[in-house]
Write a protein that binds this ligand. Sequence first.
Ligand SMILES: Cc1cc2nc3c(=O)[nH]c(=O)nc-3n(C[C@H](O)[C@H](O)[C@H](O)COP(=O)(O)OP(=O)(O)OC[C@H]3O[C@@H](n4cnc5c(N)ncnc54)[C@H](O)[C@@H]3O)c2cc1C
Length: 323
Amino acid sequence: MRLPKFRYLEPKSLEEASAMLWDDPGAKIFAGGTDLLVNMKHRVEVPAALVNLKKVKGLDTIRTDNGTVRIGALTPLKKIYQDPVLSGKFPVLAQAAAAVGSYHHQVMGTLGGNLCQQNRCKFFNQSQWWRSANAPCLKVGGQVCHVVQKQETCYSSYCGDLAPALLVLEARLLLKKNKAAREIPLPDFYSGDGKAPLALERGEVLTEIIIPAAEPGSFSNYVKFANRESIDFPIVGLALQTSPERKEYRLAFTAVDRRPVRGQTAETFLNGKTLSPDVAEEAARLASKDATPVKNSLYAPAYKRMLMGRLLQSVLTHQKEEN
Ligand SMILES: Cc1cc2nc3c(=O)[nH]c(=O)nc-3n(C[C@H](O)[C@H](O)[C@H](O)COP(=O)(O)OP(=O)(O)OC[C@H]3O[C@@H](n4cnc5c(N)ncnc54)[C@H](O)[C@@H]3O)c2cc1C
């Protein structure tokens, strides 16, 4: 499959990148290209121009400032799981980075690109020829959703591995446009409508991911259920952060909704409780209450709900055994 024609731009500064994106609403940021180029080959994204950020200095650094960690959006996933500070303080993030696709995706793919990747759907992630058998869907500018009929919302799912890890770490994002900057909590970055899944303004670039200092005595894990150990997106992914001493739990899922979701119902049940087989069983029953999986992949929504519970139960059981 060949790429469509596009203009290639290499800004040397963020201001220049922002101006290029502002001037041409059809331009897109190019980071590692592992998500974008595949979508371009399928003609589900046909940007007029690609703005490569690699010549902009300082976007791939990892800094610690009074315990707060700041990761540049262009940091490759491999650098994240190889960084001793990140893997020591935030195992959930390192495990999620190491779970992405294959080694090649981890070398080329960036943290920013992972958070900004397109939503996925079995009617969207297909070749132009395959899609031509159906009317164009909402995600490609059409009028219908082939998954949930008679809706104006696109029900494609966010399937990235890193966002749930960053949700349980309560990360914030730094977005820059020319000289202006705004910092937002990660949940606010996802719109919940697959048509335009990100709350990015025209000309805006995600520059930094900010993680608050690690809580002493906390544990975190990322577990992913996929068809194969390598290459595959998650069927369901679960990030969990716990503080056994304070009996506090934070959990988040991916690939089960239009955006990454916190499992707040299960969290509320778990908070303040000592882990036991009964507690883990009940948490598993509540795990899927905050997500709305739909039939937009090869896997039935009921199967995804069951997996959400089983993943949570197995992580909680494993953690109880370790304590
Ligand atoms: C076979 C295959 C398997 C994969 N498996 C997985 C998987 O298991 N888990 C997973 O999470 N992902 C997976 N991916 C998707 C992809 O490889 C990763 O998400 C990767 O981290 C994307 O990063 P990138 O730098 O290559 O993004 P790009 O492809 O360069 O960009 C992705 C999107 O983000 C936007 N963008 C990038 N950087 C910024 C920024 N700084 N500010 C604003 N917008 C930005 C781009 O414009 C584009 O829309 C897979 C891809 C393939 C082809």
